[in-house]
Design a protein around this ligand. Sequence first.
Ligand SMILES: [Zn+2]
Length: 422
Amino acid sequence: MDIRQDVLERFLRYVKIDTQSADGIEDRYPSTEKQFDLLRLLVKELEALGLQEVELDEHGYVTASLPANLPPGTPAAADQVTVGLLAHVDTYHEVSGANVRPIVHEDYQGGPIALPGAADVVLTPEDNPDLAEHKADAIVTSDGTTLLGADDKAGVAEIMTLMALYRADPSRPHPRIRVAFTPDEEVGNGTRYFDVKKFAADVAYTQDGAGVGEVEDETFCADTAVVTFSGVDVHPGYAKDKMVNAVRLAADFITRFPHDALPETTEGYEDYLHPFQIQASVTEAKLTCLVRSFTEEGLAKMEAVLERIKAEVIETAPRAKIDVQIKASYRNMKQVLTDHPRVVEYAEDAMRAVGMEPKRLAIRGGTDGARLCFMGLPTPNLSAGGYNFHAVTEWVPVGAMVKAVEVLDALMKIWVERGRPR
Ligand SMILES: [Zn+2]
């Protein structure tokens, strides 16, 4: 089987289907009906590939099983694990994913890549130093007017190609595999109704990382703070010594944020507070703020900063009321993966087996895997090959998708050969 041709054809087929999710939708799941267009296609394709227990549930989760193929000399079935492979079908809600016209720039020789749909959108080597690593490969982009959707249709295509590979070559060893394609990841709800128990995998991988040869085993610990300011409204002409303006309270509050702990001033393992939404009137203002750190202690420190600022603002306006509510969002998956070191180590070994030096990274964000870890399924994130996620300049080298399939194939072989960790 020609892996390169298979993965590219699948990828081009999937990105042309609009699967954009929508933020802030509470009364339906998935957030957009059109995600079913791809989910239903995947059901058909999985069935055509001979997978078992192919299901699409009412929430939009596609799941399927591939029985193990255990060659002689590998540990018996009782000593094998079931490995889950997951990718999400939806694309980023803020940039259009409709009418995607993918362009395959064959035999890239360096230099800028112009995107014909938008005169001002150019992929330059200056902004994309990774381009240099992919000379002589084919680079896929959109026409510059939409997302490409490599996040995460590259991951979807790679998992499907792996399944096609096992069908084409029944001699390849692999454990029992559970596949899942999920909706609404981009709006933070990818696992909301995911039935981990029914999925019944022992370990899993999300195929949703950027670049090549990366294993992400750390995410932020994430909380959301909602700060409510209550003021006192009176006619402004007669407001002296009476009015307490919640608009000004909120403004004062925000300007007291530490300038070295903002998204725009931090990187690596640094924490931040991110005020990202505000609604305000004289009577009441509501500020929503992301709190991010890699540790629970870091979160507590950031939240103590909010309490300190609250006290400072109250001191300037004693009749004001300020209430800080903290909502937990997700936690660093490292807390779970530390107890399952082989899940990450085997992925690194698989990358070495196909000639890559793996990089272990911490994500300044969350993944579905982070939530799955805390639902009992250890799930690090692997590179799916794309770059510039969430932008009209998104691109993916075809060779990177091929490598990703080879990594998955090697990883499945390693799980079969080594069996259940004891
Ligand atoms: Zn993604």
